[in-house]
Design a protein around this ligand. Structure first.
Ligand SMILES: Cc1cc2nc3c(=O)[nH]c(=O)nc-3n(C[C@H](O)[C@H](O)[C@H](O)COP(=O)(O)OP(=O)(O)OC[C@H]3O[C@@H](n4cnc5c(N)ncnc54)[C@H](O)[C@@H]3O)c2cc1C
Length: 496
């Protein structure tokens, strides 16, 4: 044990990560500790990160955030999945929809029934058995109390940070504006003692949460924590982002459209659309990326295109001495599956569970780092899969993706699925069986076998079963209002 009685927490950075951490710490354990956030208006935030996954609700439930209030504050829309276009072949499209598809049984997931049905020519497209998919394609949505429609959010990241800041300040968190120019450590153990601002003000703390973005002011520049580089598996290293006017009603899903040397996102908000393109600088220059993006947006640009450079990977230690890195400071797997905010949330919940009230204990640090690393690795593998399984060979970038090495864990998963149709969700993996299956099938990886339990159904019974599922999905989706209609009644920004 090296630090006694953690009572003062300094959060460095006021982006999404900083304010998520500050709101959570001050609201949930605030009475026992002092929390402050240091942020620099001059440096600003990365300002992207507008699509989420359903797990975000976990933190919102902990913080007792009212969904309507949150959605109105962040000009939010609802997200039922991600539509992948041109990923397998040009002209192809599939959706990674949230929630269940079809019906599983003890022996395995619905894909086994679907595969047999496909052999017999009676299965429809896999997505037809998912209520989220069918509702998304129909532009329909409702937040149903029985949670039969699994969903996440699209939101304005800057407004989200503001929303959380208000909550943190209401719970006693102090916001300190200023640029940190110096960080001092205790000479005996190298723990961080204080940060000093350009103005000369020094802020001391017992525990430091590094949310300073890609630079990792504390975890990297001060503590020199090693970075595990994953660019050999994920070649994209750049992005360009631009906001545009909305040209129609918001769709209830994110679009991820593969381009010649990367992919483009479209995230509809209530008042505008967030657009961007993630690309590989070895195959596309910044100017070419800007041109490609601007040629492929719908509304008038509201901002200038902004280039963001990144290095895919993670810190070898997310928690080092008395510093815990969250958000971009802790690592980054590109935004293809909107997982960064989820990983921030996981880090926060873990920190709350292991909060070192009575001092930093090394076993906690080791456990925290093991769990964080596992989660990052599963996300990485899930994303590598999209690139690896492409059948596109029309550009040097896609040919490179096809021939790239892949991590051993992913290789095993793909082999297992291809030969048996089986997928198992491992501890620490945010993606469940049906998430993996949708992307594998969507990317053209068909299982060679299905579980023999399916053969206990006659062909006619299987047909009846499959038809019953699509019938139920249609019945449910038919009753839903349009996405726009639901937003107008439930959480319109205009009604604030
Ligand atoms: C192209 C792209 C697209 C993305 N899309 C998604 C998505 O769809 N979904 C998703 O979940 N995530 C996405 N992300 C990730 C998401 O944007 C980040 O996880 C999230 O914004 C958190 O950022 P942050 O708070 O760690 O860093 P930042 O937003 O960079 O904040 C850093 C903070 O540190 C402060 N700071 C830095 N240095 C100093 C200093 N010297 N003194 C004082 N303050 C300092 C800054 O002022 C700022 O407040 C995306 C990321 C990128 C790059």
């Amino acid at each position: 044990m090296t630090v006694k009685n953690v009572t003062k927490v300094v959060v460095v950075g006021g982006g999404t990560a900083g304010w998520m951490a500050a709101a959570s710490l001050s609201k949930l354990i605030g009475p026992n500790i002092d929390v402050c956030v240091v942020e620099s208006d001059e440096i600003g935030t990365v300002g992207v990160g507008e699509a989420t996954i359903p797990t975000m609700m976990t933190l919102h439930q902990l913080l007792k955030i009212d969904e309507r209030e949150f959605m109105a504050a962040v000009q939010g829309t609802f997200k039922l999945g991600i539509n992948f276009e041109n990923w397998n072949k040009i002209g192809d499209s599939y959706m990674h929809a949230f929630g269940r598809t079809g019906q599983d049984c003890w022996a395995g997931g619905f894909q086994h029934f679907w595969s047999r049905g496909k052999q017999l020519g009676i299965s429809e497209e896999y997505g037809r058995y998912s209520a989220s998919y069918v509702a998304a394609k129909a532009g329909k949505f409702a937040a149903l109390s029985d949670q039969s429609l699994s969903y996440a959010f699209h939101m304005n990241a800057t407004l989200y940070a503001k929303f959380l800041r208000k909550m943190a300040e209401q719970h006693g968190c102090e916001r300190i504006e200023g640029k940190i120019t110096q960080v001092d450590c205790h000479s005996e153990n190298g723990y961080i003692r204080s940060v000093t601002l350009e103005s000369g003000r020094t802020i001391e703390g017992d525990l430091f949460v590094d949310c300073s973005g890609f630079r990792g002011l504390l975890i990297d520049e001060t503590l020199d924590t090693e970075y595990e580089d994953w660019s050999n598996w994920l070649p994209c290293d750049s992005a360009v982002a631009v906001q545009t006017e909305s040209v129609g009603e918001p769709i209830p899903y994110t679009r991820a459209i593969a381009r010649d040397a990367g992919w483009q996102w479209r995230i509809p908000l209530q008042s505008r659309v967030g657009n961007g393109m993630v690309f590989c600088s070895k195959f596309l220059s910044d100017d070419e990326a800007i041109e490609t993006l601007l040629n492929n947006v719908e509304g008038e640009p509201l901002t200038k295109p902004r280039i963001i450079k990144f290095r895919t990977g993670q810190r070898k230690q997310h928690w080092n001495k008395n510093c815990i890195a969250l958000g971009l400071a802790s690592g980054f797997v590109e935004p293809l599956e909107s997982t960064s905010i989820h990983l921030i949330q996981r880090g926060i919940i873990r920190l709350l569970q292991m909060f070192p009230h009575e001092g930093v204990r090394q076993p906690d640090v080791v456990e925290f780092n093991r769990q964080m690393s596992d989660e990052f690795v599963f996300v990485r593998d899930f994303i590598v899969m999209h690139y690896h399984l492409t059948q596109r060979d029309d550009t040097p970038f896609w040919r490179h993706c096809q021939s790239m090495p892949i991590p051993d864990g992913l290789r095993h998963r793909l082999d297992l699925f291809k030969q048996t149709g089986r997928v198992f969700q491992e501890a620490g993996d945010v993606f469940a069986e049906n998430n993996w299956v949708q992307v594998m099938l969507g990317q053209g990886l068909m299982p060679e076998q299905y579980h023999p339990i399916v053969d206990s159904m006659s062909d006619a019974e299987l047909n009846h079963f499959l038809k019953g599922l699509t019938g139920n999905v249609d019945q449910m989706v038919n009753q839903l209002p349009s996405h726009q209609e639901f937003i107008s009644n439930y959480c319109s920004t205009n009604s604030m």
